[in-house]
Write a protein that binds this ligand. Structure first.
Ligand SMILES: Cc1ncc(COP(=O)(O)O)c(C=O)c1O
Length: 356
């Protein structure tokens, strides 16, 4: 079976070295030395002031929203994973959907201003598939209207925009280190900010709001363990190889699929993509289902990602977002992972070609 994303596992001997240290110290969680080492290495990798390692990308979003103390309306994208908007609802805010751009599928900055009301407090945009949003346009609007900006960078680890890591933009950026992500710690995530006060607050929130016997605020359990951090420490030195391998697989897909009428993801000038995903937009949902079924019959999993458009979910009030509602039923993420072989890419593309 070829999965859409296969987690990379490091050499077990490398992981075992970290395990030996954990067994010696018998320190398993609560901000242990491997968590601290990983945080420092991630901060250096991203070139950011603060990075708080947490147990998943959803809790990262929730802590970010809580720390900005936002209550009210948050302008967000309908084209993302459901965790983005669920976090907004979970924190008691109202998501207001601005439609996406038809070329990069990111929140379209031109759609934001018309939706700003007295209740608007923040913009929460996703770097969809790791492809950077128009951060300059978004942050200009936010500054003019005194709004906070959070980026859901669940897919964006290692992607750059204008020479900077895209996770360094925004009041706060979040990331997911789930096993299917380009960089993973089995489960995990991060909250990133350059603001000292926010970082202090979010560090407290991660650990129930107290340090020892001193209680400072409310909090939650967002901590992650030494075993998860060990996985991250094994993965981080591989980042360059991960991106390069995914780039070469993506280029192979481009070559084999060149003659088909498929819409491909476009990137802003200045983007250095991390090749997190290989999505294609097909001319009709009917054809998408034929392709997906044919791949499935051949033991190949392609994922409808993101589907459906989030504004159509039962928990939302469903403002129309025509671009997202048009792309979402027609977009398919094809298998892309470090160990995917060239001959598999060729086979996947040959099968897709028979559907046209
Ligand atoms: C865009 C987006 N945001 C948030 C998340 C949530 O991350 P996690 O699974 O680590 O909670 C995901 C997970 O895939 C995602 O794709």
């Amino acid at each position: 079976m070829i999965q859409v994303a296969k987690p990379y596992l490091p050499e077990s001997s490398i992981f075992n070295k970290y395990l030996e240290g954990i067994w010696e110290r018998q320190w398993l969680t609560n901000n242990g030395p491997l968590v601290q080492e990983l945080e420092e290495k991630l901060r250096n990798y991203l070139g950011v002031k603060h990075l708080i390692y947490v147990n998943n990308g959803t809790i990262a979003l929730q802590i970010a929203l809580k720390a900005l103390a936002v209550t009210g309306e948050i302008i967000t994208t309908p084209f993302s994973y459901v965790a983005t908007t669920n976090s907004i609802l979970w924190e008691g805010c109202k998501p207001v959907f601005a439609d996406i751009n038809s070329t990069d599928f990111n929140l379209d900055p031109r759609k934001i201003e018309a939706l700003i009301t007295d209740e608007t407090v923040a913009i929460l945009a996703t770097h969809v598939y790791g492809n950077p949003c128009d951060v300059n346009a978004i942050e200009k609007i936010a500054a003019q209207h005194n709004l906070k900006v959070i980026y859901d960078g669940a897919h964006a680890f290692g992607a750059k925009y204008n020479g900077k890591q895209v996770l360094s933009f925004g009041d706060i950026a979040t990331c997911s280190f789930h096993a299917t992500k380009i960089f993973h710690t089995v489960e995990g995530g991060a909250i990133i900010t350059n603001d000292d006060a926010l970082a202090e607050k979010m560090t407290l929130y991660r650990q129930f709001g107290h340090v020892g016997d001193e209680h400072f605020s409310i909090g939650i359990n967002g901590k992650n363990s030494e075993l998860h951090a060990a996985m991250g420490l094994c993965m981080l030195p591989m980042m360059h190889d991960f991106i390069e391998k995914r780039r070469s697989i993506s280029e192979l897909y481009n070559e084999y699929l060149r003659d088909l009428p498929l819409q491909q993801l476009e990137a802003l000038t200045g983007t250095e993509y991390n090749y997190s995903y290989y999505p294609v937009v097909i001319d009709s949902e009917e054809r998408l289902l034929i392709i997906k079924d044919l791949l499935q019959q051949n033991e190949i999993v392609a994922r409808r990602y993101f589907y459906p458009s989030l504004n159509n979910l039962p928990q939302h009030t469903g403002e129309p977002c025509p671009v997202s509602e048009s792309v979402s039923p027609r977009v398919l993420a094809l298998p892309l992972f470090f160990e995917l072989e060239n001959r598999d890419v060729e086979r996947i593309c040959s099968l897709i070609k028979t559907c046209f």
